[in-house]
Design a binder for this molecule. Structure first.
Ligand code: HEM
Length: 508
């Protein structure tokens, strides 16, 4: 009895001391260290946040307040990182604190909780990420190359037939690659059932016009009440999205599973590989596999489309870059064949164009938001636990000290004095640290192969009006949102020669 009382007293004292120590540490950290500099916030409401191309405003603000800036929206702390050094310090050197994502209630409500890209840093996320690593790391991604090249050739043929609809052709390219590599499914048009499922589901998620969405994200507890409010179509919107997302996740997978089980004809793909190697897996593991397959398509489609449309825009604006690329390709291919991945080391200028495309207008200009898992002090400033961290890739890409005249499209930035590719810098458009893009090897191959192949056989220029004058293209006219695309612009795309036409027609 006495012994138990004694033990209880010791444990209570330990807990008290530990608790006091922790409390003191939190108070000391919070009192001694101010938040990073930033524009003055209004009481209660916080800062007025930009909604139109916010990355440009944040970049301007970062020149006043520095590369680590603090903002507030109601009670939410927001930290904007605008330099590669700060992003590397936090995401890579302190990766345990910055690998989390903020909780966005609409993601769960709309059925997207399968998406490891939005998951909190957790054991579940690790399970998904392991499967991604196994099947999308550079060596594993080599398996997708034949399909990537074949689909690029389909794009060339489509452009030869109908050069005016490049956005649709490029969408077909990325959708076609993902559907075939993931599910062995050959799409014939953008009206394909599975493609429509993904695009509708993604559209619903990224849409910001539905009632209640913003309110629910800012005040999560409201989701329990919104469905009862008269006239609010919130619940039916959310239910429709969840049903659609569930179909997107299961329909193509179940189709492959059925084909494999009944011995029907089925092209080999990642789904068959996962099914055939794992006949006795748990339903939990099967859910991870399904999720990885669906997410690869959802994450890899629109991102690559944005990069490729930026490429077309840059070519139309910078004819001397097209001329130099043509010269390099002709030197290596002799105008007699289309490029393959084996040609890549001999084509440094094409690689420099690819790197400049990824720098000039980063596909996700503010990255995918992170969350601080703990209080942290960086350069004397407090980054509070739960703060949302935005990675201002736009600011990093337009850092004048690293990229003089950053608004100019200049592949030469990545060419050394002796004409070699300077690959020493990172392609930060793919992110940083533990949450870096899981499909970057595949994206790199698709975007590179498309750039090299299109330039091998096509000339891309500004379009001309009826009087023969070039139609001007604005240098910067991009959409808002997580993934930013060039807004529609006029261009002209023609085969370079009759030999080019033959090469395109003969391609397989
Ligand atoms: C040009 C094309 C692409 C770009 C620019 C891009 C960029 C990004 C970025 C910036 C992130 C967030 C990284 C961070 O938080 O630091 C990300 C995450 C991700 N990407 Fe990509 N991506 C592309 C293509 C792809 C493809 C083809 C796939 C799949 C095959 C893919 C799968 C993913 C996944 C699964 C994540 C979530 C990673 C995580 O949170 O663990 N991406 N991507």
């Amino acid at each position: 009895m006495d012994f138990n009382i004694h033990l209880e007293a010791i444990l209570t004292s330990i807990l008290l001391v530990a608790g006091t120590y922790l409390l003191e540490r939190i108070i000391r950290t919070r009192v001694r260290n101010p938040y990073p500099p930033g524009p003055v916030a209004r009481p209660v409401l916080g800062n007025v946040l930009p909604t139109v191309t916010p990355w440009i405003t944040y970049t301007q603000w970062s020149k006043l307040y520095g590369p680590v800036m603090h903002l507030k929206a109601f009670t939410q702390h927001i930290i904007v990182l605008s330099s590669e050094d700060a992003a590397t310090d936090l995401y890579e050197k302190r990766s345990h604190t910055y690998a989390d994502r903020p909780y966005i209630p609409m993601i769960d409500l709309m059925g997207w909780s399968f998406n490891s890209g939005f998951m909190p840093y957790s054991e579940t996320w690790r399970k998904h990420r392991r499967v991604f690593h196994q099947h999308f790391r550079p060596e594993a991604s080599l398996a997708y190359r034949p399909t990537e090249l074949r689909k690029v050739h389909v794009l060339l043929r489509a452009l030869l037939q109908n050069p005016d609809d490049i956005v649709t052709h490029v969408r077909m390219l990325t959708a076609g690659i993902m559907m075939e590599t993931m599910y062995g499914h050959d799409i014939k048009s953008m009206d394909d059932e599975y493609v429509t499922l993904v695009s509708d589901s993604v559209d619903m998620l990224s849409s910001s016009v539905f009632p209640g969405a913003t309110v629910v994200n800012a005040l999560p507890f409201l989701r329990h009440f919104l469905k009862w409010l008269p006239g609010v179509v919130f619940q039916s919107f959310v239910d429709k999205s969840a049903a659609l997302t569930n179909r997107m996740l299961t329909a193509p997978y179940e189709h492959v599973k059925n084909n494999v089980a009944t011995g029907q004809s089925q092209k080999p793909c990642l789904a068959t590989k996962l099914l055939l190697g794992n006949e006795h897996i748990t339903s939990d593991q099967e859910h991870v596999h399904k999720s990885v397959l669906a997410l690869a398509y959802a994450a890899g489609g629109d991102t690559s489309v944005s990069a490729l449309m930026t490429f077309v825009l840059a070519m139309a604006l910078y004819p001397h870059v097209v001329a130099q690329a043509h010269a390099e390709l002709d030197r290596v291919l002799g105008g007699k064949r289309l490029p393959t991945f084996e040609d890549r080391p001999a084509l440094p200028y094409i690689d420099a164009i690819y790197r400049e495309v990824m720098r000039w207008h980063p596909v996700l200009p503010l990255g995918v938001a992170r969350a601080a898992q703990d209080d942290d002090v960086y350069n004397g400033y407090l980054i509070p636990k739960g703060a949302m961290i935005l990675t201002n890739m736009w600011a990093m890409a337009h850092d004048e000290a690293k990229y003089p005249e950053p608004s100019a499209f200049r592949p030469e930035r990545f060419i050394t004095a002796d004409g070699q590719l300077d690959a020493s810098g990172r392609i930060f458009a793919f992110g940083f640290g533990r949450r870096i893009c899981a499909g970057r090897a595949m994206a790199d191959a698709t975007v590179w192969a498309t750039i090299a192949s299109m330039l091998a056989v096509f000339d891309i220029k500004k379009a001309k009006d009826e009087a023969g004058n070039e139609i001007p293209i604005p240098e910067y006219d991009y959409t808002d949102g997580l993934i930013s695309h060039p807004k529609p612009f006029q261009y002209s795309i023609h085969p370079r020669s009759l030999t080019s036409v033959s090469l395109i027609k003969e391609s397989r």
